[in-house]
Design a protein around this ligand. Structure first.
Ligand SMILES: [Zn+2]
Length: 401
């Protein structure tokens, strides 16, 4: 029956060693509740494409939409500004409804898949659609084209970036998603430092919905907040893996992530949303963000342009309810599994289950070393990371060990 197919002998695992292990994701990313860690896969031969390490200093760009004086798509001119500029996205994903009313997100169910043909198609036989109402804003947090966060000192980060997050939360309603895309591997179309703010009015985005539910369930068991308890556990029992912590925040590799690199900044005491940040908490957050962005810029050898990442703040929705189980925390992810190597989400990930090729220890070793070097330069000042990044020489040593 198998005469045309050569079958190699099956590999037997007689001693049970080298089993793939999977961790459980407490925030329940859909499709990744179980995260297999197949770290041996980092060693696999790779004949696919490499990304270039895109770190030439930013050239001045007269065509930049976001520089003061830049021409935007709708014919508007970006005004002169010193600190930050917030404007409605010219190409929004969410559109405002007839009013700015927001749902009560605490009682909103997760959207269920349709269960029948009549739910799936409408009367015109087109896919049945729901309205996604809300607002999309863009926050430009520096008038300078190349002023990435890793070049800012903590004071500047607080004044420009953190106050922008706070303003976005104060100004909008609903479920407020604050995110930043950075770099070529993320498909970032504009290099000028900016963030995206989405305010969902009526529908709970799946990931936020799942994480809200997970945190609520966690708190209902013993009254403790999930993210605070994890932070506390990390600081107490896994302190050697903590990259940096101050009195309000901790920055560490997220042990339950599925992307090749995932880190978090989590609070050490309950802070529900951006608006609740006290001045000293803004200051300490800015310090962590400075250390984090500088560390990643050095670790990923991008001292000029800064590391490529996606960063999102998760926080309490802004409606009539209170969410004592939700803490303000930040997730940071990259598609890069090495300096110049993108992890593709291919057939098994896109149609099966996410899998991670890197272990937390693999990252801790590299990121911690970079952060120690960064901190030697002093945190409060503006620093030039070029020389340090070269000295660190990631390409030949850090990623290949
Ligand atoms: Zn610009």
């Amino acid at each position: 029956m198998f005469e045309n197919i050569i079958i190699e002998p099956r590999r037997a695992n007689t001693d049970g060693q080298g089993l793939t292990r999977a961790v459980l994701d407490p925030l329940a990313d859909r499709g990744s509740t179980v995260v297999p860690i197949a770290s041996k896969r980092q060693e696999r031969p790779w004949q696919g494409s490499l990304s270039s390490v895109d770190d030439e200093p930013f050239p001045p760009d007269e065509t930049c939409l976001l520089c003061p004086g830049g021409k935007r798509a709708n014919g508007k001119t970006t005004p002169k500004f010193d600190v930050g500029l917030l404007f409605e996205n010219d190409f929004p994903v969410l559109s405002p409804g007839t009013d700015l009313e927001v749902a009560n997100f605490s009682s909103l169910p997760l959207i269920e898949p349709p269960h029948s043909i009549s739910q799936l198609y409408d009367q015109e036989n087109d896919p049945a659609a729901i309205s996604l109402t809300g607002e999309c804003w863009v926050g430009v947090y520096s008038p300078e084209h190349d002023r990435v966060m890793s070049k800012m000192n903590p004071d500047e980060i607080r004044k420009h970036a953190i106050e922008m997050y706070v303003t976005g939360y104060n100004m909008l309603g609903g479920l407020i998603r604050v995110g930043e895309n950075k770099g070529k591997s993320v498909g970032n179309s504009l290099i000028h430092p900016h963030i995206q703010i989405y305010a969902d009015h009526k529908i709970l985005p799946l990931q936020h919905g799942l994480s809200l539910r997970a945190q609520k369930d966690w708190q209902s068991r013993d009254g403790k907040n999930m993210m605070l308890e994890i932070t506390d556990f990390e600081l107490k029992h896994r302190s050697k893996d903590i990259i940096y912590a101050n009195k309000d925040w901790a920055f560490y590799i997220w042990p339950f992530g599925v992307y090749p690199f995932e880190a978090v900044i989590t609070p050490r005491h309950h802070i529900a949303n951006m608006s609740d940040l006290m001045d000293n908490e803004k200051k300490s957050l800015a310090e962590v963000m400075a250390i984090m962005t500088r560390t990643l810029a050095v670790a990923f050898a991008r001292p000029n342009r800064g590391a490529e990442y996606m960063m999102m703040a998760f926080q309490e929705p802004k409606d009539d309810s209170k969410y004592p189980y939700q803490d303000l925390y930040f997730r940071v992810k990259t598609y890069l599994r090495q300096l110049d190597l993108t992890k593709y989400f291919a057939v098994m990930e896109s149609m099966g289950q996410y899998q991670r090729d890197t272990t937390i220890q693999w990252w801790v070793k590299r990121i911690k070393k970079a952060s120690e070097e960064v901190m030697k330069l002093g945190v409060d000042d503006e620093v030039d990371l070029t020389e340090l990044s070269q000295r660190f020489n990631i390409a030949s040593s850090i990623f290949n060990s």
